[in-house]
Structures are given as C-alpha cells and as structure tokens.
Write a protein that binds this ligand. Structure first.
Ligand SMILES: *Cc1c(COP(=O)(O)O)cnc(C)c1O
Length: 468
C-alpha cells in the first residue's frame, strides 16, 4: 500500500471527538485541552506512518487500528496537558534537603495554616487589637525572639535575600571584614564576594584559605569598617590544618572597636543536633548568646520550614534593615509567613518529631529496614519475574549545603529490570504520572527509603507497574 493511501485512513478530529471516552475527558478537562490532545494524537500517528515508510517497516494500516492508536495517544496527551508543570514527585534519592526537589517538606500544621490563610482574607498587616495597620513581621517576631533569645527579628524571601539586605542596610559604601576561608559559593549562584559587591559594601578579606586569626581581623579594622562578618562554610568542610575565629572572639573584637558583628549561619539550626546523635552544628541560640548583632539563616534547610530568610539580633540593626528600601522588594509573602509561624510554634513546643526534615534525619535503622522490606515486598509483586528486587545497605546525604560529608547509614531497595538498563528505568520513572526520582549505583536503580513518606510506599509500586 502506498503512503498516501495509508495517510488517508487516519481518523478525522471530529471522529475522535465523537468517541465516548473523549467526551468524558472533555467534560472533566475542558474542550480546548481535549481538542489540542486529539489533534496532536492524530499528528503523532501521522508521523509514525511517515517514519515507517521511510524506514521500510511493516505497519498495520486498517482504519480501526489507526483510530485506536490515535485515541490512545490523545487520552495520554490529555493527562499530560491537564497536569501541572510544578507537581509532586517522590524523592527516593535519600537526600533529605534536595534543593532541586524543593528542599524541606512541611509539617501538617504548616500546610493547614497555608490553606486557611490562602482561602480568604487575613490580618497580614492589620492590628486586630487597635483596628489599624500592623506589620507583617509581627506574626513571627515574638516566636523567633522567644525561641532564640534575640531582641528583634524580621523575615524575607530567602537567606540570600537576607544577606544582601543586611549588607546593603549596614555596610553599603563601607568595608566588611571577612576571612578568606569563608568566601564560599553556595548552590552555584550565591557567591559571598558577588553578594557583597551587589550590596555596595567593600570586601576586605583577611587571613589565608585555611587559617585566620583574630589579629588578622584586627589589623584590617579602620574608620571605614562597617561590619565584621562570619559566614558558615555550609557545603564544604575543612580537613587537616585549619583554624577560624570563634564568633565570641569576633564579638569581643567588635565591642573593642564599636563595630557590629554579623553571622550568616546558612542552615538555621534551632535545636542542638548532637542531642540526637548527629554531628554538632552551631545553633542560632548560641550565636545570639555570643552577642552577635545580626544573624541570618534559611527557613528551608535544617530548620525544615518554608523557603525564607530569617534575620534576627539587636533591635537597632534590625530596625535599620527593616527600613531599607530593598526590604520591600525582598519581602516575604503571606503563604510563606503562615507556614513559618506554624513551624516556629512547633519549635517552641519542642515537638521536633513533627518536623519532617528532622524526622527523616533521625530515622532509626529498624524503621528504615522495616520500610525497605515493605516496599521491596510490594515491588516484587509488581515486577513478578521481570527483574530483581533486593534490600541493601547504603548511605544517604543530608543535602542543601548542610552537614557536608555526613553520611547516614540507610536502607535502599535496589531494582533491576531485565529488559531495561538502569538509565532507561530511571527515565521512565521520571515520566510516570507521579515521577519517582532515585539514584543509580553499580548498574542498579536504588530507592532510598529515608526520604519516603508512608503513603508513597503504595504509590511507588503503582508507578513502577505503570511504566513496565
Ligand atoms: C544556603 C545558604 C545561603 C543561601 O540561602 P537560601 O535560603 O538558599 O537563599 C546563604 N548563606 C549560606 C552560608 C548558606 O548556607
């Protein structure tokens, strides 16, 4: 049969629109979405026919078969066109704070509060007692001060914004002294020297890459010095011979010369992780206690809250930062604020097990094992002889530029499908209705159970079944 004759057998758009399954979809997803899917479905089959002729392949060319093929494709396309671009995925990488996968999952309370605030009006900037204009920061200021011991606090869009704003408000046109060992790059676009330049402050680097002493800072101080800055090295770690100046010592130096001290903690930890058997991290409380004038940190790293930048410390500096014109441009939105308030309430009540990030970091080996066995059992039913499912020991990373080098012993479910290489399997699972993201190691596709939620143990086998 020649190409033209086969192409003439393609179904018409209107034929497909008459189909019962398409009519149902039209009702659910709207006419325009369905119309586009039907046109594109037919077009895909047309291209398939063209390609088959070019490659000299056999093709089933009766009208019914072509119609069914176009219909199947249209139905699939409707699902794709009506799903959101930004959507839920399953993080089976074991990386708890995966920046590309949205960092911290929120506690239930925070999700509920977002919905309540989003649904209607709120007292975002309204003082209910006085019946007049209020300040959006009021909703978290008291909690932040109570938890950390700070005099005052405010919040912005993220920690990068917090650092930029604080430097702009406190040091523009003047000098900021920082150790060479702390001129870090975080996540590819936050580079301390660049942020400093953007703020209009002049960077004065002191010490060497691996060692900086208090005397190095002291020698750099002059009448133009606006700030002494300490930055947490976050995503990298010194080994061997190195030393840095403690925040307490830096504060004492600042006091001697009347210069404020700022610390960018990066990952804001509000609870001593050592208590839970994790490596120690400087807490926000310890920095405040040392007398640091301005402390900045992220809302969605180890804190386990929404994306936000928290700035707290001495009232005189927080006031100055708040009234800088950039504060308005970088301000936090009401949904983030509602989530942050809920998360901070959890911290005040010391209900740490309600914070998903902390819970995932602290999962016991028994729980990890139990979860992995459960997932493996469900997967075996689905794979059913077409491959291999094993539970193995492995290590998970914390991620998000937090606790670098720390590897937590974990359990993974290793999946091997005979007919599919690990890369192809990973690709197929990324395109599932609910994408499943894992990692590949030694020709195996691994699902790390540390970062999985209970309900996802049922979804994963379903998604694996759908792609096989
Ligand atoms: C992560 C980090 C930032 C940036 O914080 P975001 O909340 O991602 O904007 C800034 N400084 C340090 C030290 C960090 O670790």
């Amino acid at each position: 049969m020649d190409r033209e004759r086969v192409l003439r057998k393609l179904p018409k758009v209107n034929d497909l629109l008459e189909e019962e399954s398409i009519k149902v979809l039209e009702h659910q997803c709207g006419r325009q979405t369905v119309l586009k899917a039907v046109r594109d479905g037919i077009e895909e089959v047309r291209r398939l026919i063209e390609r088959s002729f070019e490659e000299g392949l056999e093709i089933k060319a009766d009208e019914e078969a072509l119609k069914k093929e176009a219909l199947d494709r249209a139905v699939e396309l409707v699902a794709r066109y009506s799903s959101y671009s930004l959507k839920k995925v399953i993080n089976a990488t074991g990386v708890v704070l995966h920046t590309n996968l949205g960092r911290a999952p929120l506690p239930e309370e925070a999700i509920k509060n977002i919905a309540d605030v989003a649904r209607g009006y709120s007292n975002l900037e309204y003082d209910l007692e006085e019946g007049k204009r209020g300040e959006r920061y009021d909703h978290v200021r008291t909690l932040l001060c109570e938890i950390t011991g700070a005099e005052d606090a405010m919040v912005v869009n993220n920690n990068a914004a917090a650092v930029l704003l604080a430097l702009s408000a406190l040091a523009s046109g003047r000098e900021v002294v920082i150790s060479r060992g702390q001129l870090v790059e975080i996540g590819g676009s936050f580079r301390v020297p660049d942020v400093m330049a953007q703020s209009g402050a002049r960077l004065v680097e002191v010490g060497t890459t691996n060692k900086t002493r208090l005397s190095d800072y002291e020698r750099a101080i002059n009448e133009n010095t606006a700030l002494l800055l300490k930055v947490h090295t976050s995503n990298f770690k010194f080994v061997g011979f190195w030393s840095e100046v403690k925040i307490e010592e830096l504060k004492a130096l600042g006091l001697k010369y009347g210069i404020p001290v700022m610390e960018d903690l990066g990952s804001g930890v509000l609870v001593d992780l050592e208590k839970f058997g994790l490596p120690p991290e400087p807490t926000v409380q310890s920095s405040v206690k040392a007398g640091t004038d301005v402390v900045t940190f992220s809302g969605d790293k180890l804190l386990g809250g929404p994306q936000a930048g928290i700035i707290l410390g001495k009232k005189e500096y927080i006031e100055k930062i708040k009234s800088h014109p950039l504060a308005r441009a970088l301000r936090i939105d009401k949904l983030t604020l509602s989530a942050l308030e809920a998360v901070l309430k959890i911290y005040r009540n010391e209900d740490y097990e309600k914070i998903p990030v902390l819970k995932m970091l602290l999962r016991s080996s028994e729980e990890l094992e139990r979860t992995a066995e459960k997932l493996a059992e469900e997967l075996r039913k689905v794979v059913n002889g077409r491959g291999q499912v094993e539970v193995l020991d492995d290590l998970s990373a914390v991620g998000g530029g937090s606790l670098p080098g720390v590897e937590l012993p974990t359990k993974v479910v290793a999946l091997r499908i005979h007919a599919l290489g690990p890369d192809d399997l990973a690709k197929k699972l990324r395109s599932a209705r609910i994408p499943v993201i894992g990692r590949i190691k030694k020709e195996r596709f691994l699902l790390d159970v540390r970062t999985l939620a209970e309900e996802e143990l049922k979804i994963i086998p379903e998604m694996v079944g759908s792609v096989l």
